[in-house]
Design a protein around this ligand. Structure first.
Ligand code: HEC
Length: 319
C-alpha cells in the first residue's frame, strides 16, 4: 500500500498546493475528510445543551426573585433613547440636571460625576465652569497652606449634601439616601422604575401603618419608603420654559440619571452601528480566506493501492 500524494499547506507552498489539489481532484471539494466530524458534533451538542440549561436556570432564578415581592413592576415606557440606535434627549438631560440640583441634591449625593462631564454634553464649557463656581469646596491655600473654601472648578465633583453617612441617616429618620450615580442601573426596570417611583405615591392599603418620615409607594420593594413624595406640579421653573409637571420632571430626572449611569451610551450605540456594518463584511472575507487556506486539507485524498510486483511497505515498528 502506498500513499500517492499528500499536499501540504506549509508556508509558501500554499498557492501551488491548492492549485495541484484543484487540478487533481477536478474541483476543490470540501469536507471529504470525515475523521473528527462526529466528535466535534458531540462537543457542539454538549456545549449547546449546557448553554441552554444555563440560560434556563438564570431565567427561572430571575422569575422566582421577581415573583416574591408584593410591589408593582415598572412597565417599559416609550423613552426616546430606548432604541438600539437612539441617542439621549439632551434637552431632557439638561432639565433633569436642574431637577436633580434643585430637588434631589438636598439628600442624594452623586459621587461619580464631575463638572467636567457636563461640558459639550448638555452644557457649553463656560456654562459648566459657571455651574461649578456656584458651589464651594474645602481646599488649601497654595501660598499660606491654610484651609480655605474656594469655588468649585471643572475638575471637582458635584457637592455632597451630607459630610458622611451618619449625618445623612440622622437627617432622614435613619434611612440612608443612596448615591444616585448608578441608581439607574442598580434597580430592576432602570429609568422606568425611577419614573414610576417618583410619580406613584399613594395612601397605604389597609393594615399598613407608616412610621415617622415614611410614605407608601407601591413600586418600592415592600411598599414602605423613607423618602416622601418629592415632585409636585410647578414646584420649579424650567429655564427652557417647559411646563414643570410632576411627570415631566420625573421623566427628565430619569433621563438625566440614565446619562449619569451610562454617559458612554451614545458612543456605545455608534460603535455598535459601525460594527453592525463592518462585521458582516469582515466575516465574509474571513470565511473566504478560511476556505482558501484550508482547501488543500479539505480536498486532500488518500489513494491506497497495491503497486503490482511490489510488496506493500511495512508499517513502522512500534519501538
Ligand atoms: C428629603 C430627602 C430626599 C430627597 C429630596 C430625595 N430623596 Fe430619594 N431617597 C431619600 C431617602 C431617605 C431614600 C431611602 C429610602 C428607603 O430606603 O426607604 C431615598 C431613596 C431613593 C431612591 C432609591 C429607591 C430604592 O429603590 O432603593 C431613588 C431612586 C431616589 N431616592 C430618587 C430620588 C430622586 C430622583 C429625587 C429627586 C427628584 C430624590 N430621590 C429626592 C431621600 C430623599
Amino acid at each position: 500500500m502506498a500513499k500517492v500524494f499528500r499536499l501540504t499547506t506549509a508556508g509558501g507552498k500554499l498557492l501551488l498546493a491548492s492549485r495541484i489539489a484543484a487540478g487533481n481532484a477536478g474541483r476543490a471539494t470540501f469536507g471529504t475528510y470525515t475523521g473528527n466530524v462526529s466528535k466535534s458534533k458531540v462537543l457542539w451538542a454538549t456545549f449547546g445543551a449546557a448553554a441552554a440549561s444555563g440560560i434556563g436556570l438564570m431565567y427561572a432564578l430571575e422569575r422566582s426573585v421577581s415573583a416574591s415581592g408584593i410591589e408593582l413592576h415598572a412597565q417599559q415606557l416609550p423613552w426616546s433613547h430606548a432604541g438600539v440606535l437612539d441617542s439621549l434627549d439632551y434637552a431632557s438631560v439638561r432639565r433633569g440636571y436642574q431637577v436633580y440640583k434643585q430637588v434631589c441634591a438636598a439628600c442624594h449625593s452623586m459621587d461619580q460625576i464631575f463638572f467636567r462631564h457636563f461640558t459639550n454634553v448638555f452644557m457649553t464649557e463656560q456654562e459648566a465652569i459657571d455651574e461649578a463656581a456656584e458651589f464651594e469646596i474645602a481646599d488649601i491655600d497654595q501660598d499660606t497652606g491654610k484651609p480655605i473654601m474656594r469655588p468649585r472648578k471643572l475638575f471637582d465633583k458635584l457637592p455632597r449634601p451630607y459630610d458622611n453617612d451618619i449625618q445623612a441617616k440622622v437627617a432622614n429618620n435613619n434611612a440612608l439616601p443612596p448615591d444616585l450615580s448608578w441608581m439607574n442601573r442598580a434597580r430592576h426596570g432602570n429609568e422606568n422604575y425611577i419614573f414610576y417611583l417618583l410619580t406613584s405615591y399613594c395612601d397605604p392599603p389597609e393594615g399598613i401603618t407608616l412610621g415617622e418620615g415614611q410614605a407608601y409607594n407601591p413600586y418600592f420593594a415592600g411598599g414602605v419608603i423613607s423618602m416622601a413624595q418629592q415632585l409636585f406640579d410647578d414646584m420649579l421653573e424650567y429655564k427652557d420654559g417647559t411646563p414643570a409637571t410632576q411627570s415631566q420632571m420625573a421623566k427628565d430626572v430619569a433621563t438625566f440619571l440614565t446619562w449619569v449611569a451610562e454617559p458612554e451610551q451614545d458612543t456605545r450605540k455608534r460603535m455598535f452601528l459601525k460594527a453592525a456594518v463592518l462585521f458582516p463584511l469582515i466575516f465574509g472575507v474571513v470565511l473566504y480566506y478560511k476556505r482558501y487556506f484550508w482547501t488543500t486539507i479539505k480536498s486532500e485524498r488518500f489513494i491506497f493501492r497495491t503497486v503490482r510486483g511490489r510488496e506493500p511497505p511495512k508499517p513502522p515498528s512500534s519501538q
